[in-house]
Write a protein of this length. Structure first.
Length: 241
C-alpha cells in the first residue's frame, strides 16, 4: 500500500487524476471503475481539462460505476447516471456504449446484481478502481456488516450514510433507502485500487481502515489485503495517523 499525503483537496484531485491518466495513456482500452459523491468531482474536472487540451483520449476506454440508488433512473437528477454525465461523461469522448452503471429502476434485485457481476467479468475485470470512503468506512455502498459481501448486491443504507447524502436532495425524506452496489469481491479483484479522502470528517475512517484491524464493521479495512492500493489523502484526512 502506498499512501500519498497532500496539502489540500486541489492537490489531491490533481494527484488522483495523474494516476488515472497514466492508466488511460498506457492502456487506452482500460476498464475504469468510477465513483460518485463529492470526493471525485475535482479529479473528474482535472481529467476533463486534460482531455480538452488533447492530452487524454477516452474513445476506447470502458467504465463501470460502483453503485446506483435503487428506484432512481436516468430521468432523475439525483441518480448517479445523471451525476456521471454532468461531472465527466458528457465532457469527454467516451463511447456511451462503454459506460456501465447499475440499473436503479430494475425491480428484480437478484437479476440486476447478477447481470452487473457478469458484465464486469466479461470486460476482464477492472484495471483501476477509484474509491471515496464514507465516515463509517463504507466503500461504494458496502456498509458496515457482520461479513464482507463479495457480489453486487442491494443494500439498505445506514442512517449515517443517508444523513451524509441528504445535502444532495431537497430533504432527508427524499434520500433513497436502498442502493445497488458493486461487492467487495469485484473491488478486490481490481488490478489497482485508488482511494481518495479529504477533510477531518474522514480522519477516523482512514485511521480505522488502514491502521486498525480488518473487520467487516469497517468495510474499507479489507483493502489492507489488496496487493496494489494507492491512498491519496490530504493533511486533514490523515490527521489521526
Amino acid at each position: 500500500m502506498r499512501i500519498y499525503k497532500v496539502k489540500d483537496y486541489n492537490e489531491l484531485s490533481r494527484k488522483a487524476a495523474n494516476i488515472i491518466s497514466a492508466q488511460v495513456i498506457s492502456k487506452p482500452d482500460c476498464v475504469l471503475g468510477l465513483a460518485t459523491g463529492s470526493s471525485p468531482i475535482g479529479t473528474y474536472k482535472q481529467l476533463i481539462e486534460w482531455y480538452k487540451k488533447g492530452d487524454l483520449d477516452f474513445k476506447e476506454t470502458k467504465s463501470v460505476n460502483l453503485d446506483e440508488y435503487r428506484g432512481l433512473g436516468i430521468e432523475s437528477d439525483q441518480s448517479y447516471v445523471y451525476f456521471m454525465n454532468e461531472n465527466l461523461f458528457k465532457h469527454i469522448n467516451i463511447d456511451p456504449k462503454n459506460i456501465n452503471i447499475p440499473n436503479g429502476k430494475k425491480e428484480d434485485a437478484i437479476e440486476e446484481c447478477k447481470r452487473y457481476d457478469d458484465l464486469i467479468d466479461s470486460l476482464g475485470g477492472i484495471d483501476i478502481q477509484l474509491l471515496g470512503i464514507g465516515r463509517n468506512g463504507h466503500i461504494g455502498f458496502n456498509e458496515p456488516d457482520t461479513s464482507f459481501i463479495k457480489e453486487t448486491h442491494c443494500v439498505k443504507l445506514t442512517e449515517s450514510t443517508i444523513e451524509a447524502n441528504k445535502r444532495f436532495f431537497a430533504s432527508v425524506d427524499d434520500v433513497p433507502r436502498e442502493a445497488y452496489t458493486m461487492g467487495i469481491g469485484a473491488i478486490m479483484k481490481a488490478k489497482t485500487v485508488l482511494l481518495i479522502a479529504s477533510g477531518k470528517d474522514k480522519a477516523e475512517a482512514i485511521k480505522n481502515s488502514f491502521f486498525g484491524p480488518i473487520t467487516p464493521n469497517v468495510p474499507a479495512s479489507i483493502l489492507q489485503l489488496h496487493p496494489n492500493v494507492i491512498v491519496v489523502a490530504d493533511e486533514d484526512a490523515l490527521s489521526l495517523v
